[in-house]
Every structure is written in C-alpha cells, then in structure tokens.
Design a protein around this ligand. Structure first.
Ligand code: 4NP
Length: 593
C-alpha cells in the first residue's frame, strides 16, 4: 500500500479489479469461411482471429501475434485476410491471410508497410485503401502474391468491397467536409467514378453482390438502404416484406448484407442500441449492441452481443422457433457484478438548447451524489453506446459514476448531428462536456467537488482542453493519447490524417492554434494525469512532451506515463493495463479522496 497525502491508496484492490476485467474477452463475428464461423476475440490476451464450427464447437485460434483488423470472409473461400502492424505501433500494416480451418498464417503480398484502413475481399483478391506520408491510394493484391497501386485519391476515403470488375467505397470525395459520396472503381477501364444520388447527401459503406451495390444514404431524409446498379444507373430503395424494421425506424445502420439465399438483413441502430432484422422482421435478442456481423446458416443466426456493463457473448437464435441459446458465454466475477449499478440513457440540453444524448453508468459502491467521471469518447465520429467497454467498466467497478455524453459530432444520432463538430472541434462539443458535468450535479449523481474528466485520443484532446479552459469544474483529469497542438500534429501526420484534420476543421486553418490545448496550459489548476503511447502516429507524442515541459516550468501538479513500444490502438490486454492502471491509481488518489 502507498500512503497518499489524504489517505491510503489500495493498489491491490485496483490491480484485482483490472486483472478480473482484462480476463473478460471481447467477441465480434466476421462471417463464414468454408463452413467455419470466423470471429475476433481477445480471449488469450491479444486481439486474434478465431474460428469455430457452426454449432460453436472446435474453437481454434488462427493468429499468434496481435492483429489490427480483418476483412469479412467469403463462404466460398477458406481464407481469412487480415492486417497487422509491422512497426511496434506506428500502424504501418501489411496484409496476411490464414486458413479458417487452421494452419500457418502467410504474408499475402510484398507491399510496403503503410496505414491500411479500408479492406474488401472476394475470395481471391483484396482491395484496400493505404496511406503513406505522401499519398492515399487504392491498392489491389491477389492471393498469388501479385499487387498493384491502382490510383491515388487524396481524400478521406475507405474501400469497403470488391466483386467482379468493381471496387467500391466511400469518402469525402466532392471536397465538401460535410458529405460522403460513393466511389466505383472499374478494374476493366481503370475509371474512378464518384456517385451520389443527390449532392449534399451522406452515402456510406457500399457492399456489392451480383453487380448491385447496397449502401446507406440519407438523400431522401432518413438514413435508409438503397440498391444501385452501376450498369443501368437504376437506384432502388429497399422495401422489406415485414414491417418491424420501419416500426423500429432506425437512425443509422451498423452492417447489412444478404443471406446465402439472397435475403437482405440489416442491423439498425438507435439511441446507442442495435437490432437485427431479416427481410424487415425483428430477430429477438437481448437489449444491447450487436458486434460485427450476424451469420445466417441452417435456419439459425449467430450473433455476438454485449451491453455497457454486460460482457460480450455469442448467441444463436433458431429462426423458426425463435428460441435463443448461448454459444459462447462470458461471466463476470461476483464482486465485479455487484459493483455494477444501473445503466441509463438520458438526453440533456446543452448551452444552445441542443439535446445531447448520454449514457450514464452508475456504481453500486458509491453514494449518490458521489465521485463521478465525465468520460469523453474518441473519434470524434464515434460514440459511447450500450456496448462493453473495459474503460467504463473499470471506472464503475472502482466506484465512480460514469457520465458518457455523445457530444455534438458523435455518430448514432443522424448525420445532421454528426457534422456539427466540423469546422468547430473543441468548440460546441467542449461545451457539451461541461454541460454533462452540470447535468450530473443537477441530477444528484455527481458530487460537485468530485468530478473528473477523462478520455482517450479525441477524448484525451477534450480532456486537455477542458482542464485548460474550464479549470474550476474538475477535481482532476486523465488524458490518454490526447492532442495538444493541432498545428504541430498536422506537420507530423501522414496523408490520411492530414485529410482528417482538414475535414474536421473544414479547412479553417486559423482555428488550429486557437483550439490547441497547449495555449491554455497556464490555466491548468488541477492535477492532470497524462498517458501516452510512445509510437503513436495518430496523436504523436512529440507535442505532448512540449506540453509536459510547460507543466513542469509552471510548477503544475501532473504525472506522465509514456507507454513503451505501443501505438494508438489497444490490441493487447497488457497495453490496456499499462493505460488503465496509472489512471485508476491517480483517480483513487486525486478524485475519490
Ligand atoms: P481517435 O484519434 O479519437 O482515436 O479517432 C484521433 C486521431 C486524429 C484525429 C482525431 C482523432 N485528428 O483529427 O487528426
């Protein structure tokens, strides 16, 4: 035990909680490869590819070293294609593949290491978006080891699928930071065509089957699914046989596709939870969020699902009898389960009257009002949903009430809400964070004098900014992999992150300085815990070192933990410990006491 200034910090209790939680594996299904269900899991401590038979038996780990992502497999191929960082965290990837039935993993093609962030696979070819310091381009690689760079497209864009002569994807292609257009690359003619049903609309995540492109668009108002035929130019809105889908009225979609019989399914989402529909008919599942892709096979569907304080499991639903069986279970230790309180979804009004949705996770081991944390998600085009999160679970288990606002710019609440941070990062969204703290106090969840702000990545950025611009609200702050200087970061970024910053700021270069936490460092009043991966190439360490030097010069109370040999993304449970352990010890000392 360490004797703190105000009391005792029980390290062994913190380690016990963290150790229990990192043993809770995540599960996310990718699809079927030659009769085997392929899924991602952290079951043995690192993010790996796994496969099992259709009944959930004969589970095999397919990859050894941690991986960074995988394409959806195809039922007609036994191969699973995945990417792996080959640079200890700099996110320079290469493409590999492995047989879903087992065997050794192999390098797919001898491409130079680059940041890969959109992939499609048709059973023999892989199309992907790759970024280097110089450019963003579409690449094609084949299982025979050949590869080519097809076209430089210096935009924020993602390849999503390949079939026949087409590679499809989407991005900010018109140069308008607030809209997404599809692209269709013709491998026969090498033509790159942009497609939008209506300029100014949002069009996302196209997939292609039998020459028809299925995608999400809001060009008629709501986000709905459409089929586009690139040969004829015909566009058709999907109409389902059953009306459960329209009654649910999804705001967005996570994934969609066709069963082997060609029936359309979709995972719709609303208010941070998702539901699965087969030809518009609701598949009965517990409340929560579906991870990855459902697999429809032999009159059944398998899905991975979780909740904010409910670990991921894989369930099987019999489509005729509608009964559910747990295929892969996940159990929390009793002492952790008992510490978890209620999960609430609320909406509150921000400074300008805009309604901000928020998840609130209550701890059973603290009074109300009690010590609370405003948890700021990354992205910023992401969200806190009713989905398992080791960060939030560990805070609740430690005895903090967590307020996790989906500030303006978050996904999940329609594209009009998502684009509200474009041209204004660290502006309205920061106000929403401040108002989340106020909501916590007004609703007798947060003790006014015991509120911390904490986040990773864009959430780390907001933490720095909140500590510098609103130093009186917080008792302390924890900034993980945060951004402190947009100008310096821009110079250190590769081609895709330069695009990212340009889109986020809508080209308003003058805001880069004004919205940088480093210019508010003098105003920081409260203890700050900084945690940063050494090899992070999304939010580089260098500017943070300068920020630390300023904190030191100004005699501020802070601690800084640089995580060696780690990059931006957490793909090892060991890394989750390296980030969370110092954060939890810091909070115990500076927030709770
Ligand atoms: P994230 O990281 O929150 O993990 O997505 C980010 C990295 C870079 C930028 C924003 C967020 N950026 O604007 O460049």
């Amino acid at each position: 035990m360490i004797c703190g200034v105000l009391g005792m910090v029980e390290i062994s209790r913190i380690v016990g909680i963290l150790e229990s939680l990192i043993r809770i594996p995540t599960y996310s299904i990718l699809g079927l490869a030659d009769e085997r269900i392929v899924y991602l899991s952290t079951l043995e401590g690192v993010l790996s590819l796994w496969s099992m038979d259709k009944n959930g038996g004969d589970r095999k780990r397919l990859t050894i070293e941690p991986i960074n992502g995988a394409t959806l497999p195809k039922p007609w191929s036994p191969y699973v294609v995945f990417i792996r960082d080959v640079t200890r965290g700099q996110e320079l990837h290469r493409v590999f593949y492995v047989d879903a039935r087992g065997g050794e993993e192999k390098l797919l093609a001898d491409t130079p290491p680059m940041r890969i962030f959109g992939l499609g696979f048709d059973g023999s070819r892989v199309a992907f978006t790759g970024a280097t310091a110089r450019d963003v381009a579409i690449y094609l690689a084949k299982l025979d080891g050949s590869w080519e760079k097809l076209r430089v497209v210096d935009k924020l864009m993602f390849v999503t699928d390949i079939e026949g002569k087409y590679i499809v994807g989407f991005g900010n292609l018109r140069g308008d930071p607030r809209t997404f257009e599809l692209f269709i690359y013709d491998l026969d003619t090498n033509e790159f065509k942009m497609y939008t049903p209506k300029p100014g609309s949002q069009n996302k995540a196209p997939i292609i089957r039998n020459g028809k492109i299925l995608f999400e668009s809001n060009y008629e108002g709501k986000n709905r699914l459409y089929l586009y035929d690139p040969e004829t130019g015909a566009l058709e809105k999907l109409v389902f046989k059953h009306d459960d889908y329209e009654k649910y009225d999804p705001v967005e979609h996570d994934v969609y596709g066709w069963t082997n019989d060609g029936i359309l399914w979709a995972v719709g989402k609303k208010n941070g939870r998702s539901k699965l529909f087969l030809d518009g008919k609701l598949i009965p599942l517990p409340e929560g969020t579906i991870h990855g892709h459902p697999v429809f096979t032999d009159g059944k569907v398998l899905v991975a699902i979780s909740g904010l304080l409910k670990p991921p499991e894989i369930l099987e639903v019999d489509l005729e009898k509608n009964n559910t069986r747990v295929v892969v279970e996940n159990r929390l230790p009793e002492f952790i389960e008992e510490s978890f309180g209620e999960v609430r979804f609320v909406k509150y009004k921000s400074f300008d009257g805009l309604e901000i949705p928020m998840y609130v996770a209550l701890s059973n081991t603290s009074p109300k009002p009690g010590p609370s944390i405003v948890y700021v998600h990354g992205g910023p085009w992401s969200e806190v949903r009713d989905v398992w999160s080791i960060m939030i679970a560990s805070l609740v288990a430690m005895g903090y009430h967590v307020l996790a606002p989906n500030f303006r710019g978050s996904t999940g609440y329609g594209d009009e809400f998502r684009v509200l941070d474009i041209g204004d990062p660290g502006g309205g969204d920061l106000e929403d964070i401040v108002y989340a703290a106020k909501w916590g106090v007004n609703n007798k969840i947060a003790s006014q004098d015991k509120i911390a702000v904490m986040g990773y990545s864009y959430g780390g950025y907001m933490t720095y900014l909140a500590m510098g611009k609103y130093p009186d609200i917080w008792k302390c702050g924890v900034a993980g992999a945060g951004i402190v200087d947009w100008e310096e970061m821009y110079g250190l970024s590769d081609a895709i992150f330069k695009q990212f910053i340009e889109v986020l700021f809508a080209g308003k270069k003058e805001l880069l300085r004004e919205r940088s936490p480093i210019i508010y460092v003098d105003n920081v009043k409260k203890p700050l815990c900084i945690i940063h991966p050494q090899n992070d190439t999304r939010t580089p360490l260098k500017p943070v070192l300068k920020y630390i030097e300023k904190l030191l010069d100004k005699n501020k109370t802070f601690e800084a933990h640089i995580i060696p040999d780690m990059g931006h993304v957490i793909i090892k449970m060991e890394d989750a410990v390296k980030i969370l352990l110092p954060a939890l010890i810091f909070l115990e000392k500076y927030l709770k006491q």
